[in-house]
Design a protein around this ligand. Sequence first.
Ligand code: NAD
Length: 342
Amino acid sequence: MQKQELGMNVDNTKAHKAPPARVAVLGAGGLGMAAAQMLSQKRSLQLVAIADKGGAAIDPTGLSVEDLLDAQKKHKTVGAAGIKTDDSIGAVIKHLGLIDGVFIALPNLDNNFVPSVVRRFADAKYSGVMVDALKRTTAVKNIFQLHKKLQQSRITYITGAGATPGLLTAAANLAAQSYSEIQSIDIEFGVGISNWEAYRATIKEDIAHLEGFNLEKVSTMTYEEILAELDRRDGILKLVNMEHADDILLEIAGTVSREKVHIGGVVDTRNPKKPVSTHVTVTGRTYDGFTSTHTFTLGDETTMAANVLGPAFGWLAKALQLHKRGIYGVFGSAEIMPKFAP
Ligand code: NAD
């Protein structure tokens, strides 16, 4: 078997000259538009489709971020640079032949919404790769239930492929290798954003983790109610013991049972400076009887978007390799190393 067939890029220069993989981004909010921006800087991946609630823009020769931003600014939807429709996901599905990979940046205010979108792709016989940045344990569990269906339609899917879950979960899996027994994995994230409205779904989903809230309640809250809740907390959300999929992703990867994984964080919705440095600590016992803790800390200058999207496209690039090798179905991010996507 050739090294290329095994997914080994022995010559990076050559790999860069290959035509870029064509990517669709579902959702054009904070993460979706940052994804469009990041893709515009990549040689190995090219944005060919993007969808939001009001429509979709599709161009097999590549979309311009400036045009998309302009469409959103003037008409509140990327559809103004393409097609305005109530079913923008359906519009993208009509062009599946043009798409090698899909990044899902849709809200998760209902744990079945993203799985239902993925099911539509499988029902339309899409054969390609998909990655999500889902955070909730239940949503990721629902994606795993689609394993057989996605295998049948030849989709290679990596779930939980953002920052947490994602980058930190995979780092925890790597760090765990020093130990014979893992005692705990603790993730604490810090997010600083100057304008919460740029990341509405992210902030609403975070509020849903606070005492007295849940996804159903938050999904019915009005804009003013969200504003009032943020005001009450001086714009700071302190999150503890979150229902975050890092737990099942590490369990599925065989690293540790889910009860030993704890996730919390602090989100400042009025200041781009991170309120705490995002880190994961992995505590365990070594084969020779020592107890120790490894810590992996992200640089404070890296934004939420950089830490979600870099890994997401790294996993998308990896999924493309697996797909070429005929490996289909659902994989958790902690099971698979992302591949750096130039
Ligand atoms: P957002 O609210 O800014 O944007 C959501 C986008 O989805 C909007 O463009 C909206 O129009 C579109 N949309 C909603 N319903 C749609 C539909 N039916 N069809 C087509 N488009 C539709 O959201 P965001 O803050 O960018 O977050 C997106 C997701 O990313 C959230 O679920 C969030 O939890 C996740 N996220 C993950 C991580 C991580 O580390 N894993 C970090 C941050 C955010």
